[in-house]
Design a protein around this ligand. Structure first.
Ligand code: ZN
Length: 387
């Protein structure tokens, strides 16, 4: 049987990938499966181990014009309480048109759709096929290091880097065609430690209560909105995640109080300006305190262009829906890819990702494979006229 018609159906591929217990940062047998399919489609496969991320995977097939990359992760989060699953998390099962198993939505289903789309597209014998590539990692759900490391390594090796990239993270809240992501908010974590002077509650003048200042700082941080939002972005938001004093007694003013908070910020800010904003608000209260700030991603926006136009046209053609371009939700590895090329995210539904009984409708996998196929045709057409 012709391998190209063999792998043009995403369902069997998804089942094979989901049967691999690739709990982050393990790839289990996923890369072997991918290499097997992609080598038959004339891709050259590069695999490389990075610390602390584990193994990353890049496959490239030279064609005409720019390099169109499909990116994603083969790792999954742990299944959680296995007894709560109706079928074992790594024994994929179809029940009433729904495929159950860990990774169904996030994001082995989408990877199977990418392979199916490439097989269908190449199976048609196009004479204008662009360069195609796959960039996969096994640490997206943990260290989040592999994508950046692989891109840096490819650059050092002089390999063809992506010119356009589609990341297959699950982006659709309810149905295929609802939402694509064209950027992401930045994320900043802060640990605030306020120091005072321990003393008796009955003699506050002899002590300095750090809790009073901690509360005042959190109020200064939280009482006014950071901004009002902007096109494609929600307003930036700060959430206090913990307040810790750990004082077991009722008659003593403690010496120290701590709080932690996270800010998801839009492209009106950078991590530097956001850090200044935080420091100014804490300084307005003053006293002895320490701020430990860690940035896990900058806000970014891939402005609408060739890539988003091709995707929107493909989605509209296949589903009849025009997806909303947003930057909602958590971060993804797109934050590293965007330093190299325009990137857009579009995948399956996102209703059960990371839940027990994670699942995806078979019909949604077929729709997504159709969208990716049409997207490839659209991109090939655009790239061949404007290399
Ligand atoms: Zn994911």
């Amino acid at each position: 049987m012709n391998i190209q018609s063999d792998i043009s159906d995403p369902l069997p591929l998804a089942i094979l990938l989901m049967a691999e217990a690739s709990i982050s940062p393990q790839a289990a047998g996923c890369y072997d499966l991918m290499a097997g399919w992609l080598e038959k489609l004339e891709f050259r496969v590069l695999r490389r181990h990075f610390e602390p991320g584990g193994e990353a995977f890049y496959a490239i097939r030279r064609g005409r014009g720019p390099n169109l990359c499909f990116a994603g992760h083969v790792d999954v989060v742990p299944p959680g309480r296995e007894s709560a699953w109706h079928s074992p998390p790594f024994v994929p099962e179809v029940r009433e048109g729904v495929l159950y198993g860990r990774g169904a939505e996030d994001m082995k289903g989408a990877i199977a759709c990418m392979v199916a789309a490439v097989a269908r597209y190449l199976g048609g014998g196009p004479d204008d096929a662009p360069t195609l590539s796959f960039l996969l990692v096994a640490d997206e759900e943990s260290a989040g290091y592999g994508t950046r490391a692989m891109l840096e390594w490819l650059k050092e090796q002089g390999e063809a880097l992506p010119d356009f990239c589609l990341v297959g993270e699950p982006t659709n809240p309810e149905y295929i065609g609802e939402m694509a992501k064209t950027g992401r908010r930045g994320s900043l974590n802060a640990m605030l430690t306020v120091r005072g002077k321990q003393g008796h509650v009955a003699y506050p003048a002899l002590a300095d209560n750090p809790v009073t200042r901690l509360v005042a700082m959190l109020h200064a941080l939280k009482s006014t909105p950071i901004d009002e939002g902007m096109e494609f972005f929600q307003s930036s938001n700060l959430e206090v995640t913990t307040i810790d004093v750990g004082n077991p007694v009722t008659n003593t003013i403690p010496a120290e109080a701590k709080a932690a908070f996270n800010i998801r910020f839009n492209a009106l800010h950078t991590s530097e300006t956001m850090t200044v904003w935080v420091r100014e608000r804490c300084a307005s209260v003053g006293g002895d305190y320490e701020l430990d700030i860690r940035v896990t991603g900058e806000a970014f926006l891939s402005p609408p262009g060739l890539l988003s136009q091709a995707l929107l046209a493909a989605v509209a053609g296949v589903t009849g829906h025009t997806p909303r371009l947003t930057t909602d939700g958590g971060t993804s590895d797109a934050r590293f890819i965007r330093e190299y090329c325009p990137v857009i995210e579009f995948g399956t539904t996102n209703r059960t990702a990371h839940h027990v009984n994670e699942c995806v409708r078979e019909s949604n996998l077929h729709a997504l494979a159709d969208v990716y196929t049409e997207f490839l045709r659209q991109m090939a057409g655009t790239c061949s006229v404007s290399p």
